[in-house]
Design a protein around this ligand. Structure first.
Ligand SMILES: Cc1ncc(COP(=O)(O)O)c(C=O)c1O
Length: 375
């Protein structure tokens, strides 16, 4: 059997990883400024994480959600504390798309409505409702088009008010900072006003923090830069440092009913061990402080690099915008300088998503390589 060929590949085969680096089968060392698509939060193969997953596997790796699993409670408790979201309840699942799928479903259950407001250039995943609220017709199949979705320009409050005013909107879904779209984000005034409109009209306000969450922006969730309190927050990526896990944080006002949501694998013992270990390391190593420090250093150093139009994003979720397409630059970074970076819908933007514990020395490696290529 061959693989269903859906991914255009770079010809690199990582076989080992540690901290901010990965090695291919020829022992070539690469600096990981992409974090496997924003997934690696506490660094590759962190010793505490490896130990915790190994130990858990020797005890019990999996049992279904029909039994008591105290690790789920421990994860919820630690997540609530570290993220300062103790007044939410946690539903555990396996991926970002699944988290958004459940968030949208919950919003529809609550409001008994089905239209969703999403934003231009949004990315929320590839499953049924998640892909329907993703602004990319080429990845929506006819079956996904049954969803009622209205895409509005980011930061156009008047249009949001107008659409909500029609009375048929179940939820507004928005990324804390747009990832795949290219690092655009709502202003503080926009986030606050949208929340107010949602509250006044009983529309569920969903913050997709799948990429921008888990400390990546310098705060636990990117929306926390805007002093708002969403009704539902979705998370995945950095939550498991590579182990598949997603979560839906649900405001206390929404009441759970048996069977309204569910999953076979979500919240299994191994996933919880991964999730708990990530939170423990984030706390112990003060990773959000590190993100802020490295971000400040990054901004200082990038100012010395020529040909850059703009730096977008926050913390270690950054986009470097040029006035030319960056495809060739990315290839040179990988094959000549051995540095992974990311692309986005904005072809002129280089996406930077390193592990949250990178240091100034890693930024120096990246800056030197970038300068040499651009020269
Ligand atoms: C903001 C956002 N939401 C949702 C998703 C979907 O996550 P997953 O690929 O885990 O389904 C992604 C993935 O890139 C994302 O960036």
């Amino acid at each position: 059997m061959e693989l269903f060929d859906v991914y255009p590949l770079y010809n690199v085969t990582p076989v080992k990883a540690k901290g901010a680096f990965v090695w291919d089968e020829n022992e070539t060392k690469y600096l990981d400024f992409y974090g496997g698509h924003g997934v690696i939060s506490i660094g590759h193969s962190h010793p505490d994480y490896v130990k915790s997953l190994g130990e858990q596997l020797t005890k019990i790796g999996f049992y279904s959600n029909s039994i008591v699993n105290p690790l789920q409670q421990e994860l919820a408790h630690k997540l609530g504390k570290l993220s300062d979201c103790e007044n939410y309840n946690l539903f555990l699942c396996n991926s970002g798309a699944e988290a958004n799928e459940n968030a949208l479903k919950l919003a529809s259950f609550e409001t008994e409505k089905s239209r969703i407001i999403s934003f231009k250039n949004a990315f929320h995943g590839r499953t049924s409702a998640a892909v329907a609220v993703t602004d990319n017709p080429s990845i929506n199949a006819p079956i996904n088009l049954q969803q009622e979705v209205t895409f509005l320009p980011l930061n156009d409050l008047e249009l949001v008010i107008h659409e909500i005013g029609k009375g048929d909107v179940a939820a507004v879904i928005i990324e804390g900072i747009q990832g795949v779209g290219g690092l655009d984000e709502g202003t503080t005034a926009f986030f606050q006003e949208v929340q107010k409109e949602c509250n006044e009209n009983k529309v569920v306000f969903i913050l997709d923090e799948i990429q921008s969450g888990y400390g990546r922006s310098g705060k636990f969730f990117a929306f926390q830069h805007h002093n708002i309190q969403p009704d539902i927050i979705t998370t995945a990526k950095g939550m498991g440092n590579g182990f598949p896990i997603g979560g839906v944080l649900i405001a206390d006002k929404y009441k759970a009913k048996y069977s309204m949501l569910g999953t076979t694998f979500g919240g299994n013992h191994l996933a919880c061990a991964a999730g708990i270990s990530v939170l423990d390391v984030m706390k112990k190593e003060k990773l959000m402080d590190n993100v802020k420090e490295v971000y400040a250093y990054f901004l200082q150093e990038i100012a010395t690099v020529p040909k850059i139009k703009k730096v977008k994003g926050k913390g270690l979720m950054l986009g470097i915008e040029f006035d030319f397409e960056v495809g060739e630059l990315r290839k040179k970074l990988i094959f000549d300088k051995h540095i992974f970076t990311g692309g986005s819908n904005n072809k002129n933007l280089l996406r930077i998503l390193p592990p949250l514990n990178v240091k100034q020395e890693h930024v120096d490696i990246f800056m030197n390589a970038l300068k040499e290529i651009l020269d």
